[in-house]
Write a protein that binds this ligand. Structure first.
Ligand code: ATP
Ligand code: MG
Length: 438
């Protein structure tokens, strides 16, 4: 009976704990998201909705806890009850034996009976104790299950056992009939081939979702291609030593990420071999120094979580300084589409120019100035390369690029723009930015 009760308790408590863990994870995720996105929630007046949602998952959590407690609430009294029944039986039967007139050698003395009662307590106390420890153990087992499940996920991208190549590259890049899908055969890149010579810069242009960022992800081997191959200095990326491969790149991403710490720490980003002088030099080269000096404490100024407290332009300048300080063989730049004031815009353009100098660069370009400066422009459309060439060449063939360009910048665009309702044109296309739309 005791055994049956323990089994029932063990199974129930385990299920309960699993539930409690999952639900507390949901609460944590929700809180994290909503603290980070508090402003968005406020802007869209979604406080009531968020509150209701929170109350819901909170209630779920409470219920899971109550479910678990239910097993305890039944189990421990049950153990006590069984214990009490045991003692009652001992007293009943033992008492009868003490008082009855049976032959002398079978008489139970009062002392023996009392000892018996004591001993029965020794039996039940450990059972209670074990169950109590089991409680702690259960929580740990359930938690470790979740941790191991994550740890056991296979690492898809690994360095080859015998890398064919490592070290600094000269910067020769080649995509050879690359096909890629994030999942199944939902092709994001279709038969993409192009070459970049060392020191050259290429601009990737195309409407949103055409696969520009994907190309840069593949180049750093965040994913492996399904068909075709990507060569760096003539060697397939999969044959490269992974760490060494990635050391060759510096990346300035579409949305810039700063870590909490100091400005200098964000430029250096954990690389101790980058000296203070180098940090200052890099910041000076991209003209980030003036604004950094204006901050309280200069280079040692505190950067808050994810760079809160700095403007978008300032964050971009810091990330350019970071790229320059690292002096990578290849620069990958995913230009942000958000437009900034003209003065900062100019600063950024100069910074981009400085970082790209004498370097192989792949730029997902939105600024006309960056696009024009590129040695080669690749126009992507639904994951395929539609056109390829220099700015002038592409304009000459009067294809997709020409149409896009004409729509955005050239004087010929007046006819198209005239058909728009008044006042809309400035909203649709921020000055100096190529916004591709289908
Ligand atoms: N991690 C991912 N998992 C699944 N699909 C993805 C992932 N990242 C991107 N995609 C899909 O791949 C396609 C290409 O995305 P990509 O980010 O390369 O576009 P993009 O050209 O950089 O667009 P944008 O100009 O908006 O940055 C899109 O359809 C997108 O939905
Ligand atoms: Mg992108």
């Amino acid at each position: 009976m005791l055994w049956a009760a323990t089994t029932w308790f063990r199974k129930g408590a385990r299920k309960g704990y699993d539930m409690v863990r999952t639900r507390i994870a949901r609460i944590n995720a929700f809180l994290q998201e909503h603290f980070a996105g508090a402003q968005t929630v406020q802007i869209f007046n979604a406080e009531t909705k968020s509150l209701r949602k929170f109350q819901e998952i909170n209630a779920d959590y409470r219920e899971a806890n109550i479910d678990t407690i239910f097993y305890y609430a039944v189990f421990f009294p049950l153990v006590d009850f069984i214990g009490a029944v045991g003692i009652a039986l001992i007293i009943w039967y033992g008492g009868y034996r003490v008082m009855s007139n049976t032959p002398a050698h079978t008489v139970l003395t009062l002392g023996a009976l009392v000892a018996f009662i004591q001993y029965s307590g020794f039996l039940f106390q450990p059972i209670r104790d074990i169950s109590d420890k089991y409680n702690v153990l259960q929580a740990a087992v359930v938690a470790s299950h979740r941790i191991f499940r994550t740890l056991d996920l296979p690492i898809a991208i690994t360095s080859p056992e015998k890398p064919l190549k490592s070290g600094r590259v000269t910067g020769h890049i080649e995509f050879e009939n690359v096909w890629f899908a994030y999942k199944d055969d939902d092709w994001v890149l279709k038969d993409v081939s192009f070459k970049v010579e060392p020191g050259q810069s290429i601009a990737l242009v195309g409407h949103t979702g055409s696969g520009k960022t994907t190309i840069t992800n593949l180049l750093m081997r965040f994913y492996d291609v399904q068909r075709g191959r990507i060569l760096l200095d003539g060697v397939d990326l999969r044959e490269w030593d992974l760490k060494s491969l990635r050391e060759n790149f510096a990346v300035v991403l579409q949305d810039i990420f700063l870590f909490s710490g100091t400005v200098a720490g964000n430029i250096r980003l954990g690389r101790a071999d980058i000296s203070d002088e180098r940090v200052r030099w890099a910041a000076g080269e991209v003209r980030a120094e003036p604004f950094i000096m204006r901050l309280k404490n200069g280079y040692e100024a505190e950067v808050k979580e994810r760079g809160a407290g700095l403007s978008v332009g300032q964050k971009q300048l810091i990330s350019f300084a970071r790229a320059l300080a690292f002096d990578p063989a290849i620069l990958i730049l995913d230009e942000a589409t958000s437009s900034i004031d003209t003065e900062t815009e100019q600063l950024i353009q100069q910074a981009i120019e400085r970082v790209m100098r004498n370097r192989t660069s792949i730029v997902v370009a939105h600024r006309l100035s960056t696009i024009q400066r590129a040695d080669q422009i690749i126009v992507l459309h639904h994951g395929e390369i539609r056109e390829q060439g220099t700015h002038q060449e592409l304009l000459a063939i009067r294809g997709l690029y020409w149409r896009l360009y004409k729509l955005q910048y050239a004087d010929g665009s007046r006819t198209e723009r005239a058909s728009l309702p008044d006042g809309e044109e400035s909203n649709i296309r921020p000055a100096g930015q190529m916004q591709f739309s289908e």
